[in-house]
Design a protein around this ligand. Structure first.
Ligand code: DUC
Ligand code: ZN
Ligand code: ZN
Ligand code: ZN
Length: 486
């Protein structure tokens, strides 16, 4: 006899429906949805919303970066995820320049063995050559990775140039993969940084001065046009400003498959954080892109409501205060990154749903369902449907808390959302049927997480015709010799 569980008495909320129903789970999958279900174990969801578990499409766990490693590894990071109702994370396998993509996957396989929730990988393209071209096929067809990330910033380390991006985007289109971009103009950032430092502007606020919205808007627009020529769709990570959002809106209206991903940090925190007199306070909030002003925040919220922006992520890349202090006297040496995995769902609920900026169904769409579709793992993930994985968050709007670093699962010594009150928290979180949060108590299990393989995406190949059209042989209209001579 199988052990079954029933989530009882709650309101099911999906990206398109809200209705009262019980949800029955066996062998890690949803087996029945309906009224008055019975089972071996009952999880009382009275007064709660039963939603697909969150998917964070953008994390950097134990990432080698800026002379150090991000502090939350797959164990600490996925515990934090589960504590906040996120049941799947997508991290970036990052080859060193010259390194085999397959070796990078092996490294990330090893790191992720400790994961407490399910996970997948994007593959970063940090260099270009025949080997990368060839290995992209193996990565897509045999390793279950159909997304490739390109850094347009971090000149001298992770950055790729336009010709490399163009080659990689064309390869993505051929393979049914989706390119991702970190869109900031790396050349301009490098120049701005050098000028600021030369003028003695060495504090954390210099980081924000060096990366204004223009560098993001320019790079976003450039990546969109390159993707369009390559016949590939495009996913723009951490869209933080109106300039970038505007380029994405324009592309969508022109019929291009382009998606934008605001971070919970950019939706809620603003640039005034960098002008705090406490160096540590400001440095802890240094990330790329930097926090923006209220005008940009309003733009991002409007994008979520209208559907021009698709997914809310964290870019979780946590560094301790000690690591942040590598940048004392030179902001360009402050490791870039902030945490957020544990807080994304409750904070978005509080600032989005509670305020009426987005509906509950839109909340589910932008925290889970939309990205599951883009990544091609829907409805295994991102759905409350019979046959789907039982990755479920039972949100309780009668639970609340003040966010503190002291109570967090993340391993770092501060929290950028410190002091913020959230108005809903998970009563239960299920990871493929395993109860990882029970009545608010975290019971994450090391190594429970499994890799989610994602097949090539059929929607990508439909775009290939564009590249074929652009490269079709052109008519020779006239021979190159003038009739009368010159
Ligand atoms: N931005 C960050 O802030 N950290 C990690 C990488 C990135 O692009
Ligand atoms: Zn290392
Ligand atoms: Zn980035
Ligand atoms: Zn990132």
């Amino acid at each position: 006899l199988k052990m079954s569980k029933v989530i009882k008495g709650g309101t099911v909320v999906t990206a398109d429906l809200t209705y009262k129903a019980d949800v029955k789970i066996e062998d890690g999958k949803i087996v029945e949805i309906g009224p008055d279900l019975s089972g071996d174990e009952i999880l009382d969801a009275a007064g709660c919303y039963v939603m697909p578990g969150g998917i964070d499409p953008h994390t950097h766990l134990e990432m080698p970066f800026m002379g150090t490693h991000s502090s939350d590894d797959f164990y600490a990071g996925t515990r934090a995820a589960l504590a906040g109702g996120t049941t799947m994370v997508v991290d970036f396998a990052l080859p060193d320049p010259g390194e085999s993509l397959l070796d990078a996957v092996k490294k990330w396989d090893n790191k992720s063995a400790r994961a407490c929730c399910d996970y997948s990988f994007h593959m970063a393209i940090t260099w270009w050559g025949e080997q990368v071209f060839n290995e992209m096929k193996i990565i897509t067809e045999e390793k279950g990775i159909n997304t490739f990330k390109h850094f347009m910033a971090y000149k001298g380390s992770l950055m790729v140039n336009d010709d490399e991006m163009f080659a990689s985007f064309k390869r993505c289109a051929e393979l049914g993969a989706t390119p991702l971009v970190h869109a900031e103009n790396g050349d301009l950032v490098a120049e701005m940084t050098a000028k600021l430092l030369a003028e003695g502007n060495t504090g954390p606020e210099g980081h924000a001065y060096s990366r204004p919205p223009q560098v993001e808007g320019e790079a976003t627009n450039r990546a969109i046009m390159i993707a369009d020529m390559a016949g590939a769709p495009l996913y723009v990570v951490h869209t933080s400003c109106e300039e970038s959002h505007e380029a994405i809106r324009r592309a969508k209206l022109a019929g291009k498959r382009v998606w934008g991903e605001p971070l919970i940090q950019h939706l809620v925190l603003d640039e005034s954080e960098y002008f705090n007199e406490d160096w540590d306070h400001a440095a802890r909030r240094v990330m790329s892109p930097p926090f923006r002003n209220k005008k940009h925040q309003d733009s991002l919220w409007a994008g979520l409501a209208s559907g021009t922006l698709s997914c809310v992520a964290t870019d979780h890349c946590a560094f301790t205060t000690e690591q942040k202090r590598y940048g004392v006297g030179d902001f360009s040496k402050i490791p870039n990154g902030t945490g957020g995995l544990e807080d994304r769902m409750p904070v978005l609920w509080t600032y989005g749903v509670e305020t009426g900026r987005i509906t509950m169904n839109e909340f589910v769409a932008v925290t889970s369902t939309n990205i599951a579709k883009i990544l091609n793992c829907y409805p295994q993930k991102g759905a409350i449907l019979v046959g789907a994985d039982a990755d479920i968050v039972v949100m309780d709007p009668s639970m609340g808390k003040t966010i503190t670093a002291e109570a967090q699962a993340s391993s770092i010594d501060y929290n950028v959302f410190e002091g913020i009150e959230v108005s809903a928290l998970p009563r239960f979180v299920l990871s493929r049927g395993y109860v990882a949060v029970e009545n608010g108590e975290l019971k994450a299990k090391e190594g429970h997480g499994e890799f989610v393989a994602r097949d090539p995406n059929a929607t990508v190949n439909t775009a290939l015709s564009k590249w074929k059209e652009l490269t079709a042989p052109r008519p020779v209209v006239r021979a190159g010799i003038p009739a009368t001579g010159v």
